[in-house]
Design a binder for this molecule. Sequence first.
Ligand code: ZN
Ligand code: ZN
Length: 213
Amino acid sequence: MKVTIVFDNISNRADLIADWGFACVIETEQRQILFDTGADGRILMHNLERLKIDPKSIDTVFISHNHFDHIGGISAFLNANDQVVVYLPRSLRGVRKAKKVIHIDQKARKLEDNLFTTGELQGIEQSLIIPTSKGLMLFVGCSHPDMKQILNVAATFGPLYGILGGLHGFDQYELFESLKFICPTHCTQHLKEIKERFTEKVFPGGVGQVFEF
Ligand SMILES: [Zn+2]
Ligand SMILES: [Zn+2]
């Protein structure tokens, strides 16, 4: 599995644009997934182009939650490719131009082979779970629901390997003890503390960052 951060508050390359929000592209053996879409469609499409990711190669869009900095780029993306399955949390009623929408309720479920959701926890946000050879990777938008609940629900699908995404005000650090990989991005407020506590397993985010699992 290959993960490329395509929208984030910071950028790792001069030709990639940083902006408030988050999106990443996850390539698995079966799927090419766009996880969230950042705040601004022009910037999302610019970064995809510079990272040589063809929008038409994406077959799945997964939206974590209904905040502008995660859904802002969706319409620009759908202009380039509307032949995608879009997984939307139930509280986000619909997306103009989206042709194949699947609404996700509050229950954790399998979306398809090797693709799982926590469900829209606390009626606000769903997180994506994908198996790798090392264990499950958990992708979060902002982590608005209680992190303990996110982790517990995700762990019903198997042992967790790592987490990548926005961690917002997360400060229950002991919950991350058993994880092997932590990539805090976007809205993470306590980045300094997380880095200090988990130095050897915290990896920097930023647009252009690539991970292979
Ligand atoms: Zn949010
Ligand atoms: Zn956010």
